[in-house]
Design a protein around this ligand. Sequence first.
Ligand code: 2YJ
Length: 285
Amino acid sequence: MTRLTADLIKDVPSHVPRLDDELNDKIGMDMRTFACYAMDVDIKDLDFDRYTVAIVPVTSGGGVIGGFSASVAAAVGAMGMRSFVTGACDVTGVAEAFSSGADIIFMADDERFIALNTRTRSFSDNIWSTAKGYVTALKLAEGGLEGKTVLVIGAGRVGTEAVKILREEGASVEVTDILHKRSVTLENRFDNVKAKKDVKQAIKDNRLILNASPGLISGDLIQNGAVISSPGVPYAFDAEGERKAKVIIHDVLSLGVAVMAVSSVCLSLFNIPAAGVVAEKLVIS
Ligand code: 2YJ
């Protein structure tokens, strides 16, 4: 998976205040409503301002990415949760988060990016949350996916989760990847999934696209009226593609983080077979 860079995320904090308006235009919901919708939870059941969220910078692997923790804090803050970046990194940072009363701790190394709920012992994962968020956004922008065909570009970790979620939505899936055998693996694993070897032709043939690849997509391949949900970084589209597409949903970090924030609260709802229990009763003592 693509490791984020300081340059890729440098505009996240200043972009966050505009996200609600942008999402409203594209999918008819603000970020908080969208994340709750993605997790199938009633927004009235979540008291966002009662959650304290710590973001712990992690130095392992490629090290701390300048602005990463602050960007996550901005996205979580825009959800109405109280958020702060710990002064210390790594284990000392986790200790600081706990002793400061954090309900949820966000932290990322080069492999995983999780939101750990300290009250419920559940955690949400960025890969699944990103796939869930971008499939949901595609569904909202298109007005439903049941019986429709969606092309997934990129058969990596987000693409694979997207394939699974799209099938749950009743869509037929075509998948393409520059490493064709990765698409074939998904075709062999799931019903209603077809591997497409010719990436360019697959893009030309499909109006509904979930782009989970780091590649650039030339505008001449994009259909007029295409509906595109694109978690892939860097941003993949040129002016021609933007003109031809009906909608392109893309954000480098915040949509995935929004779904992580809600799912870190709500996963316990799905894990615990207690019908009617609202999340805040499980989390806030
Ligand atoms: O704490 C830090 O600043 C760093 N350890 C952050 C590392 C961020 N991790 C990545 O970029 C991974 N590839 C996962 C990112 C998932 C975003 N969709």
